[in-house]
Write a protein of this length. Structure first.
Length: 151
């Protein structure tokens, strides 16, 4: 009834060696991820998203963002670079360029979702301007607009 399994000494040592071998997780990005925000700009965008969530001034998800871009809403579009398949949201940068909206890719949809206060990953968010965080918004908008756009 109380059978115990014997574990080989090699198996006991393996879990200890694993954390040392992989301290950094590498994110696989899509080939269309230009302009990709720097690490510093990504942090600023995450903070701006958190501030926008407090006043309920964001749009999240492909359908919702697409709908409000078509309606003419202004803001910064933040896209996750690790979203697969690309076909899910590859039309959004074109829509942004047609309407002169600033947009940028960030590395992780999980981080984007968590900065928006969600437990689920989010592949696109539209940050709308608001008086409560106007300074942070303007700084992000200026930096995102200055990123080199794809040809």
């Amino acid at each position: 009834m109380g059978k115990t399994k014997k574990v080989a000494p090699e198996a006991e040592e393996a879990p200890e060696a694993a954390p040392e071998a992989a301290p950094e997780v590498k994110v696989t990005l899509n080939p269309i991820c230009t302009p990709l925000a720097s690490r510093k700009l990504s942090k600023k965008l995450y903070k701006c998203v958190k501030k926008a969530v407090k006043v309920k001034n964001i749009r999240r998800g492909v359908k919702e963002v697409q709908k409000f871009i078509n309606k003419g809403e202004k803001g910064i579009v933040v896209l996750a670079g690790d979203t697969l398949p690309i076909d899910v949201y590859c039309h959004l940068p074109v829509m942004c360029e047609d309407r002169n909206l600033p947009y940028a890719y960030i590395p992780s949809k999980t981080d984007l979702g968590s900065s928006a206060g969600s437990k689920r990953p989010t592949c696109v968010i539209l940050i709308k301007p608001h008086a409560d965080y106007q300074e942070a918004y303007d700084e992000c908008e200026q930096e995102v607009s200055s990123l080199p756009k794809p040809l």
